[in-house]
Design a protein around this ligand. Structure first.
Ligand code: HEM
Length: 515
């Protein structure tokens, strides 16, 4: 009953109308329920409820029409928040072809991930797969499942996620981050006021694209030097369009995709074609150098994969293209949100700057720059804090491989389950004062298990996680050492969901050099 009371408080604090408490399951304890060897053992005093008893959002097709008409796809994160408020901490969402169980509590996420097995499987992105089929491209790890996924993933992990791989591309990310600070200094010098007030949205895309391109192909694009050439602008637009068009296409029947000649579908295919042709050009350049037997030094992830020859050329292409498409917007958005939060929370900004300066004075760091990453816990907390409030993907999905009990409901193996990260991050039931940007919360002894899930979980978690974390940390280190950041407005940013979470209107930020 105590849990019920605090959940009630949660909704009250959200200033939303009271939920239908009748819909709450009888028992709120999931920790006491476990799925063992495929058979369910409920250790609660309450009777486990059947799957069909999970509260649901009603007719799938009516819901889809409602979504299309109201353009609710862009507000999916807010819709989910309201649905948890209406139905309680677990509900079934039916939308077109899509039928999922949505959960919010970290304990339920823990139950789910414990039942994912050794070949975890995520919600399929059918429009992306349809493009690969149409163009006879192979799929990379994002789209693969089963043993095919596992064998590619184990090979890629070594160069992309594991510490030895990270150490190799660290200097490349360091170089691009330093160049970004130089770019801002250059712009400030041109300005008589000695400061720069700017919407950094486009520049952050250039930064993340420059970084990704460098670590994948070992080549600089020069995006931080001069105005980007038309081809690069086209690539960035294509990634944006690909992400934006994914969401509405996701809920259409699979068969419809291929033969509908809808504008949306055509835009989607064209965007992927541009992404693939960009990757293809870069791959061909590097492949030529490689075949010419250029002097052997580390020149990026792609070259390492070619050298190791553990994956076929087609698989390398498919995976490297996915890494390229997956690494630009996903990292640019948290950078923008972090800068904004630091600008409107000057005390956090100062604390981070002091931590960085102290870390740099450590003798280990002076001999080995990568070690700085071990001496900046608050900075790591800041990244977690940004992703709590603004998770790039608003859910993490799984098809459990065996039956599982979630919030005292029986959920059969193979059901699509979504952990709702955005509502979780904003819930006062789960985070104290959730509206506060407080990186220190991650350093306290509180139970933070299954609360930092922005990169997913386990063996299927984001393979670009280390790239993103290191890229963001180095960027912030260079910016904080060089500039004080301020913002024109401290008001909350409205967000929209276009397959990733983005600001509706990018904030204006002011940079003042620290002399
Ligand atoms: C802050 C930045 C990022 C966030 C928050 C993020 C988040 C995620 C999440 C939630 C998943 C699903 C994980 C799961 O199901 O457990 C994922 C998968 C993936 N991400 Fe990221 N990502 C980020 C950056 C990147 C970057 C920089 C790259 C590429 C360089 C990348 C490439 C991928 C790929 C290829 C997968 C599929 C992995 C697999 O299924 O084996 N991501 N990401």
């Amino acid at each position: 009953m105590q849990a019920m009371g605090s959940l009630r408080q949660f909704w009250r604090k959200l200033a939303l109308p009271p939920p239908h408490w009748d819909n709450l399951p009888l028992a709120l304890s999931t920790a006491a329920s476990t799925a063992i060897n495929g058979s369910i053992t409920a250790q609660t005093a309450f009777k486990v409820q059947p799957y069909d008893a999970i509260p649901n959002t009603g007719n799938a097709w009516m819901n889809l029409i409602h979504f299309w008409r109201g353009n609710h796809f862009q507000q999916m994160h807010q819709v989910m928040l309201r649905n948890f408020q209406r139905f309680g901490p677990i509900y079934r969402e039916k939308l077109g072809t899509h039928d999922s169980v949505n959960i919010i509590m970290p304990q339920d996420a823990a139950q789910l991930f414990q039942s994912e097995g050794i070949l975890p499987s995520r919600m399929s992105i059918e429009p992306w797969k349809a493009h690969r089929r149409l163009r006879s491209h192979k799929c990379g790890v994002f789209l693969l499942n089963g043993e095919d996924w596992r064998s590619d993933r184990l090979i890629l992990n070594k160069e992309v996620l594991n510490p030895i791989g990270v150490r190799k591309f660290f200097p490349f990310l360091q170089e691009v981050a330093a160049d970004f600070a130089t770019l801002l200094h250059r712009r400030i010098k041109k300005n008589t006021r000695g400061t720069l007030t700017v919407d950094l949205y486009a520049d952050l895309f250039r930064f993340t694209l420059e970084s990704s391109n460098y670590i994948l192909y070992g080549q600089r694009l020069g995006l931080l030097e001069e105005n980007p050439n038309a081809e690069v602008v086209q690539f960035i637009r294509a990634v944006e369009t690909m992400l934006k068009t994914t969401l509405p296409l996701l809920y259409m029947p699979h068969g419809l995709l291929q033969w509908t000649k809808s504008k949306l579908w055509q835009e989607h295919i064209d965007a992927w074609d541009v992404i693939f042709s960009h990757a293809d050009k870069s791959i061909q350049n590097i492949y030529q150098d490689f075949c010419l037997g250029q002097e052997r030094k580390y020149s990026g992830i792609m070259a390492e994969l070619l050298l190791q020859a553990e994956l076929s050329l087609d698989s390398i292409k498919a995976n490297v293209t996915e890494l390229m498409a997956g690494g630009v917007d996903t990292t640019a958005m948290p950078l923008l949100f972090t800068l904004f939060e630091l600008a409107r929370n000057p005390h956090v900004q100062t604390a981070l700057r002091e931590e960085i300066l102290a870390a740099e004075s450590q003798s280990q760091v002076q001999h080995d720059e990568i070690k700085i990453l071990n001496h900046v816990p608050l900075l790591k907390g800041a990244i977690k804090e940004t992703l709590r409030l603004y998770p790039v993907g608003i859910t993490v999905t799984r098809y459990p491989q065996k039956d599982v009990i979630l919030h005292n409901y029986h959920v059969p193996a193979g059901t699509l389950v979504q952990v709702a990260l955005y509502p979780m991050g904003r819930s006062p039931e789960i985070f104290k004062t959730p509206d506060r940007y407080d990186p220190e919360r991650w350093l306290k002894k509180d139970d933070n298990n299954f609360k930092a899930l922005a990169f997913g979980f386990g063996s299927r978690q984001c393979i670009g996680r280390r790239i993103a974390e290191v890229e963001i940390m180095l960027f912030l280190i260079h910016i904080l050492k060089n500039f004080k950041i301020d913002t024109v407005s401290k008001a909350d940013i409205n967000t929209v969901f276009g397959f990733i979470l983005m600001p509706e209107k990018p904030p204006l930020l002011t940079f003042r050099p620290i002399h």
